[in-house]
Design a protein around this ligand. Structure first.
Ligand SMILES: Nc1ncnc2c1ncn2[C@@H]1O[C@H](COP(=O)(O)OP(=O)(O)O)[C@@H](O)[C@H]1O
Ligand SMILES: [Mg+2]
Length: 364
């Protein structure tokens, strides 16, 4: 899958922009605060329907304007498709695929896939579990619309259960009904996540070995309800029952798949808590590269890889390795300057200069 063209209207610091991208490596070069991240953000937005930087869509509208728009043209084996995002200060965003408005965000899933990596995301390994859960959920939602809807259903049941607990008017009979629905959706999610992490681990291990020159063996483990869907349902139900009185006192649901995590290990070492900064960064990158590979294996098309300012965070060896690996995908890289160390690894690439919300292309 490749992004062929991005058009922006009153989006962030862009008034009106149209950029064509090449199939291989595309490099966005420019000083700070010129619009590099904004452009990558726009591409990613078309993939998951939200910014990697903010949950507030209205921040994306150019200051002083009432509306903004992103239009992305992608190409995959099925031909060309467009994704349009319309932003309005007074309304929720609207999304259209091939000019047809969609009514549910789930319909966007799978239309265009991109994986975004930035210095902020390097913290995915050491940060709280929420980021690793989001990573897993975004990847799964993109590969399966039914997972997207299932997760939505679980979150809705969970918030209704929590509201009930807070109301103080909760009875065991009513909780029994909510719990059985929560367990049914939760067990399906646990089974899907477990399967995903098991498959991902193989690719993450391979990527980490590649990036660390074969010195380290990384693997991932799903931390959630164990076993088959049936077994997960049984453990979830009994955990809910065991914590019921406590949940009533605390007024929220203390167990469930909203607590899941991914363990990241090198040998016996838990990299989340004990990894060096270098190991955590390499592991974060391995996780993103494994997402690329697994998505590619599942759908037959690689997502677009978006690398926002990450070269400056890596040592020259890893910079070169990352660039060499990126050549198998369509990659858009942003940087303030091209490090000399990577020029030999680059091969053909397209270079763009980003300055004050204008992008000019120089072919190489
Ligand atoms: N909604 C907005 N309207 C206008 N300008 C914006 C908006 N949001 C961000 N900007 C501007 O975009 C610039 C930052 O762009 P960014 O893409 O993050 O830069 P970089 O090239 O360093 O990645 C800043 O100058 C910021 O003021
Ligand atoms: Mg930036």
């Amino acid at each position: 899958m490749v992004v062929k063209k991005v058009e922006l209207y009153d989006y962030r610091n862009y008034a009106n922009l149209s950029v064509d991208f090449c199939g291989g490596i595309n490099i966005l070069c420019g000083d700070n605060a010129q619009g590099k991240t904004n452009l990558l953000e726009a591409i990613y937005f078309c993939s998951v329907g939200r910014s990697p930087r903010t949950p507030r869509d209205k921040e994306l509208i150019k200051k002083g304007s009432e509306r903004g728009k992103i239009k992305l043209t992608q190409e995959d084996r099925g031909g060309e498709n467009t994704v349009e995002i319309l932003l309005d200060v007074r309304e929720n965003k609207r999304v259209a695929i091939n000019g047809m408005p969609i009514s549910r965000m789930g319909e966007l899933m799978g239309a265009f896939a991109a994986v975004y990596f930035s210095p902020d995301e390097m913290r995915i390994i050491k940060d709280a579990p929420g980021d690793r859960r989001r990573f897993m959920d975004i990847a799964l939602c993109r590969m399966s619309k039914s997972y997207f809807y299932l997760l939505g259903r679980y979150n809705k049941i969970l918030s209704q259960r929590n509201r009930l607990l807070k109301s103080g008017k909760v009875t065991d009979d009513v909780l029994d009904v909510w719990d059985s629905q929560l367990v049914s959706a939760g067990a399906k999610i646990a089974k899907t996540r477990r399967g995903y992490v098991e498959r991902l681990s193989k690719f993450a291990s391979e990527a980490h070995e590649y990036l660390s020159d074969g010195k380290e063996k990384l693997y991932l483990e799903y931390e959630g309800f164990a076993g088959s869907e049936q077994e997960a349902a049984e453990s979830f139900a009994s955990e809910l029952m065991r914590n019921r009185e406590r949940d009533k006192m605390l007024c929220f649901t203390s167990v469930g798949i909203q607590k899941d995590d991914i363990a990241v290990k090198i040998g016996e070492t838990d990299v989340r808590a004990y990894g060096s900064q270098g190991q955590q960064r390499t592991a974060a990158l391995s996780l993103k590269l494994s997402e690329m590979e697994l998505h590619g294996e599942q759908s037959g098309e690689y997502p677009v890889l978006l690398l926002d300012d990450v070269l400056s965070e890596l040592d020259p060896y890893r910079q070169r390795k990352l660039i060499e690996r990126s050549r198998k995908y369509q990659t858009v890289i942003s940087c303030t300057h091209l490090p000399a160390e990577i020029s030999s690894a680059l091969g053909d690439y397209a270079l763009y200069t980003v300055k004050s919300g204008q992008v000019s292309k120089e072919l190489f």
